[in-house]
Design a protein around this ligand. Structure first.
Ligand code: GDP
Ligand code: MG
Length: 460
């Protein structure tokens, strides 16, 4: 995500880091390059201008010129300004309304509306909403209604049927009634999009908006369209009062122009970003986290949240209890951790969010990691239950059998046992007060008060 911009800005700011002092000269030079980087990222021109003006103004302030680490100070100014253009803080959904709280989705065809309806439904379920209904007003393409039906079934929310013979407005009215009858807390309404902004579509969505009186009207837009995303958002916002934006396909966007332009151009906050095709690929949009991702400082907070969301809380608690009781951490537990890691999109997905990883090419990241997890799991699968519980019995001939069974070499088995032993040592250390303290600390940070397996002790 935003890799090109990260690389460009990274280079500019690294050059500066080497310089002892900020001078008018090097500020000017640096800002010229930052400007180029932003333009290449397809950030809208007025946003670029404002950005550069602000950074220049702050950078030439007296304190900065005198500061001991001018390079870092400028990086901080750039970071703060990135956060500022993206809207400072995450703006959450506001669903305070007589149920069902209606969320209306608007946007061009192919922007990711239907997918986002499912993602949002899933996200709301995870936030503790119990009953969510979805409905499609896209009567122009029968496949669109089926698509939503399938997605709704996948994420486990109520699907209110509709058909191509009905008028969108009728569907909307009927859906509100049905959702209310079924005691839905939230009703998400999917709509049809066109390839371009046209009058008929705008007329229809305006009518839907009037009829539904939604608490949230979210504009869904493809981030790959760069600054055009901001312009289309503006056109929609002129026609109906948007409450926020969902920026989709950020996973495939190397440039970041849409993320940086939308807020300034429309005045409306980006509330979520879509980061993949699957229904769990939705993240709350946090300007500060995105800024540090862009500056290559990683996004540790999102990572922590993701871990909290995706680990199997029940298994994590089981393991914690087992360890607390003084029972040892065995190979079965180790395998469980590997599986959970694979579950989170593997190491490469996680690594992307860690600081400094922006510069490591994808093929290298992928290579080191996900294969390795699969291999470790295969090796443990080739062990008997007794061996998994008592790894000390794994000696020469057992090692050869396990290696043969998992299609690996004896040295791979040795490596796994070594990694396991390190992990076990760590677990032992945490067993006493450390473990409890760690759990307490984590409880506040993870939704549901859970913790990652083994108190966050992944083997890396
Ligand atoms: P709609 O016409 O606005 O309803 O768009 P859809 O929801 O049908 O999505 C269009 C295409 O974009 C589908 O192939 C989706 O899988 C894909 N898509 C949607 N959101 C994302 C995302 O965040 N990342 C990626 N990579 N693909 C997405
Ligand atoms: Mg659709």
């Amino acid at each position: 995500m935003f890799d090109n911009l990260t690389q460009r800005l990274g280079k500019v700011l690294t050059n500066l880091r080497g310089q002892g002092r900020l001078t008018d000269e090097n500020i000017k030079e640096t800002m010229r390059e930052v400007r180029m980087a932003l333009l290449e990222a397809d950030v809208a021109l007025p946003v670029v201008r404002e950005f550069i003006d602000q950074v220049k103004r702050k950078a030439t302030g007296e304190e900065v010129m005198k500061s001991l680490t001018p390079g870092q100070t400028l990086i901080k100014i750039v970071n703060d300004e990135l956060i500022h253009v993206m809207g400072e803080a995450n703006e959450a959904l506001d669903l305070a309304a007589q149920p069902p709280a209606v969320i209306l989705m608007a946007g061009l065809q192919g922007s990711g509306k239907t997918t986002s309806v499912a993602k949002l439904a899933r996200w709301l379920l995870q936030q503790g909403k119990k009953k969510i209904s979805v409905v499609s007003c896209d009567v122009y393409r029968p496949a669109a209604i089926d698509q939503l039906a399938t997605l709704a079934r996948d994420v486990g929310v109520d699907f209110i049927p509709s058909s191509g013979d009905e008028k969108p407005l009728n569907i909307a009215q009927r859906a509100v009634k049905e959702a209310a009858k079924g005691f839905a807390e939230v009703l998400i309404v999917d709509t049809a999009g066109r390839l371009h902004v046209d009058e008929q579509m705008m007329g229809e969505i305006k009518q839907l908006h009037q009829t539904l009186d939604p608490v949230e009207t979210l504009f869904v837009v493809d981030s790959m369209t760069g600054q055009d995303a901001a312009n289309t958002a503006k056109a929609f916002n002129d026609a109906l009062p948007l409450t926020g934006v969902i920026l989709t396909k950020a996973d495939g966007d190397a440039r970041g122009g849409a993320a940086l332009s939308i807020r300034q151009i429309t005045g409306k906050p980006i509330k979520f970003i879509g980061v993949g095709e699957k229904t769990d690929a939705l993240e709350a949009f946090h300007p500060d986290r995105i800024a540090s991702r862009i500056l290559g400082m990683g996004d540790v907070l999102s990572l922590v949240e993701e871990v909290g969301r995706k680990v199997d809380q029940e298994k994590a608690t089981q393991l914690a209890k087992k360890l607390q009781k003084g029972k040892g951490f065995d190979l079965e537990d180790f395998k469980e951790q590997m599986l959970q890691m694979a579950n989170m999109g593997g190491m490469s997905g996680l690594l992307d969010k860690l600081p400094g990883m922006g510069e490591i090419p994808d093929h290298v990241k992928n290579q080191v990691n996900d294969k390795e997890i699969g291999r470790l799991i295969a090796i443990i699968n080739s062990m008997t239950p007794h061996e998994r519980s008592f790894p000390a019995v794994i000696k020469g001939s057992r090692k050869r059998r396990i290696a043969a069974g998992s299609g690996t070499q004896v040295q791979d088995v040795n490596k796994l046992l070594k990694q396991f032993m390190q992990m076990q040592k760590m677990m032992k250390k945490m067993k006493g007060g450390g473990m409890k303290k760690m759990m307490k600390g984590m409880a506040g940070r993870f939704p549901g008060g859970g913790m990652p397996p083994g108190g966050g002790g992944f083997p890396f």
